[in-house]
Write a protein that binds this ligand. Sequence first.
Ligand code: PEP
Length: 248
Amino acid sequence: MSRRRIIAGNWKMNMTPSQAAELCATLKDLVKNDNVDVVYCVPAIDIVPVAEAVKGTNVKVGAENFYIEDKGAYTGEISAPMLKDAGVEYVIIGHSERREYFKEDDAFLNAKVKKAFEAGLTPILCCGESLELREMDAYLDWIRLQIKSDLVGITADQVKTLVIAYEPIWAIGTGKTASADQAQEVCKAIRDCIAEMYDAPTAEAVRIQYGGSMNAGNAAELLSKPDIDGGLIGGAALKPDFGQIVNA
Ligand code: PEP
């Protein structure tokens, strides 16, 4: 089965609304590619201007976060139905920065995955190990545990539409990329884990990205691996290089 590639930018806490619209204009022609899903995951305040700026193009809008309730007295939060109504299609869940700085644990992330599906959003579910776990050779067990915990109660049909991003924490924003073989090893282990939890067709369908200092220079090699279906891109998503990654 051939899985459609997906290249997503994670803008993190960058770009004011006017800068966001300018970046969309800069990238517009560079990211054209009918064979790849291209997603900009942007700060909440940029969602409306970015949705407007990418209208009529091949780019889809993603969010970086939401809260698990639909509405109510949760000052400062944004809900999944609000994202959906604003034109969002994808949402990042379980990024290591949210796990670490905002103490989002697997039970909460599982609730977010459920809520995203309920609202009609596609989760980009992140997993990945610290340098310590890699050096202890405990990274595959750790990642399997994250996947199993985050997908409790999620059906095979839902998983078939899910995107999983393998992001080794030691490679995020560090300029240090996992080698293509290291990334392939883990992406394959994630697919095998999905096969064990569900079945072979579900594992074949789920799209798995690599993320961690992916750039215009290393994207083609990473994306040539059989279990790497795309990339989640931080720093390079804010530059014209993003277009080179999409077309790699
Ligand atoms: C990320 O934070 O999702 C990421 C992959 O960042 P970077 O590409 O900057 O390492």
